[in-house]
Ligand binder design. Structure first.
Ligand code: C2E
Ligand code: CA
Ligand code: CA
Length: 931
């Protein structure tokens, strides 16, 4: 209401000024009209005077009557004709009469000039003009008066006699009717303005009174209008007052707030003036009846816990220190329960001037209190839960600081910082804690998951209070309001430092070679397979050290390790950052070239590698071959690439100590061949009997006299598709596929049968040694099966020998040795095959439970060179003897070799020099021939 009236008052158009613009205009118009009226009064006064003068002059002219034309003519001639005196008397008489006329005269005109005929002045007067005297004062008015018919009043003129107005009356000839003279009278004009002025003043007074009347009327009208407006306003505000009172009562009765008037410390009587003091809602909230409430002290129904605060506030309020107060408090309801309210006490400004009455407004907050309590309970249990969880729970804003709004107690243990120091970035922001390399990626990670409303999960490092880095794992998610707007992020951060370090360590171990620290085969495979999916030009270069175990044999492991390390360093120094050097087995490196190098660049690289190899290895007993594979099509796997590289490397001729080859498609035929052989071998194994597989026998003779002491049984395979296949090709396939187990069993059985047949035919026991793969020997059922075959075939165990290569048992030395003992206990002989090229060394050879030691062809070949390394062969022989082994030399092709072996004291030998491996029939014939 007050607002409405204020608006009205402030409306400038409604302000009534005593003199409006319209009034000013009216007044101005009245003033102008007044001025005109005054001027008119002046004019009419002047006009009246001249009319009067004219009438007087005309009357006087009638008195003079006719003027004889002859009289005029006589005067003109300079005579004084009869009648002149009469005329002069008449004129004088006219002046003497009591009127305004001061001069009277007759003028005539002759030949355009005006002359005086007679005047009223006596001859003695200084103003006298003799008849016929020119009238000097004549002006154009006089001339026009002669020509016209009417009387003329001249404007006032000043002359030597004073200030005059002349009235000129034309005098006509009675005969002709023509103007023959002018009768003029002069009136003194001095009085005229005075009279006009008095008339003007009269007029001015009239105007002033009119203006005054108009002004007074206007003021009255204005006052009237004002009074009317005020009356209307009063009426209006009364209406409004009634309306607002009605509204107030409606609100008072229906508002959801409880309203009561309180007289200091008591509730008041039900009505105060015309108004009720308590509204229904107040009674409802307090569960009270109006009669019970009247006069009740509010203290008595206030909860004891709330009372002190209430009284304190009330005292401050009463003393005027605070304008009012609000508080949450409890009132006792008659049913004994408590009503939770939010109470506001404010002063009530009454016209009665009392300040003892206050307004008490209460709001029922029972539900809110229940909810608050529930919330508090759940918050408490959440806090307990969060504080006891491992790690740190948080709620933060989605900003670059990750401004924390909640941080659980776990923060201290996780980061070393108090939770409070993080809250709202008090001492530092959470972002400050994240290691710099993760700050951007975490931001981007959150961006990604929030865009699709998913969970965020990340492992990263924090810098803890003591400055150390710590691995943590975070899981979190966005919190959204009802409208779907992101309001916060919530989640957990856990300490995974130990696990992560172990994992990294493990990953390192998993991915690196223990000796060189280079990536290992496992890592290469993963890396290559990942890259190969994407495609692009890749290349793999395999570096294969030949017969590396010889180094171990000759110089020991430490020396071998040093050699590999040295080579690794040199190769590492050669490569560029986009090339990765891996150490995939003790004698093999793989150089992985990622950036699409062309054939020319790769060839240059291979040449450099070969140079390094030559430089590092040539003065030792080793050679090395390099195989390179270019991968242009996507989807090639690491295994195939390594195999192809190995195929290419194997293409480097044996007599070419150092060299490289590039893998080409035709080499892939080997892969096809391998799979065909694999299938054929499988068919043979599951056929149960030897069909395509057979044994050939190479005699073993004494070095001293070349007498045959036995045979080595060597397997041959007749492929359906490829014809004769050498064991160097099919044995590795059989080993790889485990087909060697059934096939080996069949071959062993065949050899045992041969022992019996040969012995029977030659009538003496003959030994046959059979090659056995580590794959076979490592099986727990190998020895029982072996014994079973001997029993079944009836072969003499003392005639059976088993040849084993060192490679297979280097890592399971003790286990192998235990089996060897068991085999030897059964009377079977044991041979260490290919001695010198496996993972073994002379130092441990003595501990082996074996009978024979077969020196690899490599050392026998050395005997033909003029090289000091041939003495290694001699050393091997003498050491093997010291350990109680019988020494067999393999691959003896030249008599010179036999001579040297004899010289070195070698026991037995076999080789093309004596005999190639031969079919069983030939072997028997051979025996018979030798006997
Ligand atoms: P190994 O046990 O070292 O056999 C000796 C190899 O040298 C045989 O090749 C033999 O033919 C060959 N050889 C003998 N004297 C000379 C010579 O003066 N000059 C040359 N250049 N070579 C000579 P083979 O028969 O091709 O056998 C190759 C390898 O296959 C064997 O090497 C053996 O490790 C394996 N092998 C052969 N038969 C069997 C078998 O029945 N079972 C198993 N597990 N492996 C077998
Ligand atoms: Ca052998
Ligand atoms: Ca051998």
């Amino acid at each position: 209401m007050s607002n409405g009236s204020k608006t009205k008052n402030s409306d400038p158009s409604s302000v009534r000024k005593p003199l409006s613009t319209a009034m000013v205009l009216i007044f101005s118009a009245l003033l102008a009209a007044g001025a005109l009226y005054i001027a008119g009064a002046w004019d009419s006064a002047m006009r009246d005077q001249s009319k009067e003068a004219m009438e007087l002059a005309e009357a006087a002219e009638a008195g003079i009557l006719e003027v004889d034309p002859s009289l005029i003519a006589g005067i003109d001639r300079g005579e004084l004709p009869a009648g002149y005196d009469v005329l002069k008397d008449k004129l004088a008489y006219l002046v003497r009469l009591d009127n305004e006329i001061r001069f009277a005269y007759i003028l005539y005109m002759d030949q355009g000039n005006i002359y005086i005929a007679a005047d009223s002045e006596p001859q003695s007067s200084p103003g006298y003009s003799p008849p016929g005297q020119p009238y000097y004062e004549a002006n154009p008015v006089y001339y026009s008066a002669f020509s016209g018919d009417s009387t003329i009043v001249t404007p006032p003129v000043r002359d030597r006699w004073g200030h005059w107005v002349s009235v000129l009356v034309p005098v006509k000839s009675p005969d002709t009717g023509k103007t023959i003279a002018l009768f003029g009278v002069d009136f003194p004009a001095e009085n005229w303005p005075e009279r006009a002025m008095s008339r003007a003043v009269e007029a001015g007074l009239t105007v002033a009174s009119v203006l005054l009347v108009v002004l007074v009327l206007h003021i009255i009208a204005y006052r009237n209008a004002q009074l009317r407006r005020e009356r209307n306003k009063l009426l209006e505000s009364e209406e409004r007052l009634q309306a607002s009172e009605k509204m107030f009562r409606t609100i008072f009765d229906q508002v959801r707030m409880g309203v009561a008037l309180v007289h200091n410390d008591r509730f008041m009587s039900p009505v105060f003036g015309d108004f009720p003091t308590v509204n229904p809602r107040f009674l409802e909230i307090l569960g009270q009846k109006i009669d019970d409430l009247v006069g009740l002290k509010w203290e008595t129904i206030t909860h004891p816990d709330d009372l002190a605060a209430d009284l304190e506030q009330f005292a401050l309020f009463k003393s005027g220190q605070i304008p009012g107060y609000s508080m949450e408090k409890r009132f006792l309801k008659p049913d004994g329960t408590w009503a939770w309210v939010n109470m506001t006490i404010s002063p009530l400004y009454l016209s009665t001037g009392t300040d003892a009455v206050h307004l008490c407004v209460i709001e029922d907050i029972r539900h809110r209190k229940v909810m608050e309590q529930t919330l508090k309970d759940s918050e408490r249990s959440k806090a307990i839960l969060l504080d006891n969880l491992p790690g740190m729970a948080y709620r933060c804003r989605y900003d670059r600081d990750w401004t924390m709004e909640f941080v659980s107690q776990g923060c201290k243990e996780l980061t070393g910082y108090d939770p409070e120091s993080l809250l709202y970035n008090r001492d530092l922001s959470f972002n400050d804690m994240i290691t710099p390399e993760y700050q951007q990626s975490l931001w981007e990670g959150w961006e990604r998951v929030l865009a699709v409303h998913e969970k965020f999960q990340e492992e990263y490092q924090l810098i803890t209070a003591d400055g150390t880095r710590k691995w943590v794992w975070e899981q979190g998610q966005g919190v959204y309001d009802e409208s779907g707007k992101l309001v916060a992020l919530e989640g957990m951060i856990l300490d995974i430092d130990d696990r992560k370090k172990q994992e990294l360590q493990l990953r390192y171990v998993n991915n690196h070679d223990g000796l060189t620290g280079l990536y290992n085969r496992h890592y290469f495979q993963e890396l290559f397979d990942r890259d190969a999916v994407r495609g692009g030009r890749l290349a793999v270069i395999l570096i294969n050290i030949r017969k590396f175990s010889l180094v171990n044999t000759a110089y020991g492991y430490a020396y071998g390790d040093r050699l590999v390390l040295e080579l690794a360093e040199k190769l590492q120094a050669l490569i560029t950052p986009d090339q990765i050097l891996c150490h995939i087995s003790i004698d093999r490196f793989v150089l992985y070239v990622k950036s699409g190098a062309d054939r020319g660049q790769l060839e240059a690289l291979c040449s450099q590698i070969v140079m390094i190899l030559e430089e590092s290895l040539a003065h030792r007993i080793l050679g090395a071959s390099v195989g390179a594979v270019e991968v242009i099509e996507a989807g090639c796997d690491a295994d195939t690439v390594i195999k192809n590289a190995a195929i290419a490397a194997s293409e480097v001729a044996a007599d070419e100590n150092f060299g490289y080859r590039f893998y080409d498609g035709s080499m892939a035929e080997a892969v096809v061949r391998e799979s065909v052989l694999r299938n054929e071998l499988a068919a043979e194994a599951y056929g149960g009997t030897l069909q395509r597989l057979e044994l050939v026998y190479q005699p073993i003779a004494a070095v001293s006299d070349s007498s045959v002491i036995g045979f080595e049984a060597l397997a041959r395979f007749h492929s359906h598709q490829y014809g004769a296949v050498q064991p160097t090709e099919f044995i590795p396939i059989a080993e790889e596929t485990q087909l060697i187990v059934p096939l080996g069993r069949m071959l062993l059985r065949e050899a045992c049968l041969a022992i019996r047949r040969f012995s029977e035919e030659c009538h003496k026991p003959l030994s046959i040694s059979v090659n056995v793969s580590a794959v076979q020997l490592l099986r727990d059922d190998f020895i029982p099966e072996l014994l079973e075959i001997l029993r079944e075939t009836g072969a003499d165990p003392g005639c059976l020998g088993l040849e084993l290569t060192e490679t297979g048992f280097a890592s399971t030395f003790d286990e192998m040795n235990r089996r060897f003992r068991e085999i030897r206990n059964a009377g079977i002989k044991l041979y260490i095959d290919d001695f010198g090229i496996g993972y073994s060394s002379l130092a441990r050879e003595g501990e082996l439970n074996v009978d024979y030691l077969k020196i690899d062809k490599f050392f026998i070949d050395k005997l033909m060179e003029w090289d000091p390394t041939k003495f290694i062969t001699q050393d091997i022989i003498s050491m093997a003897h010291k350990m109680g082994h019988i020494v067999v030399a393999e691959g003896v092709e030249h008599p010179r070799q036999q001579e040297l072996l004899k010289e070195f004291g070698c026991d037995l030998f076999q080789g093309y020099l004596f005999s190639k491996p031969v079919p069983p029939a030939e072997a028997v014939a051979f025996l018979n021939k030798c006997q």
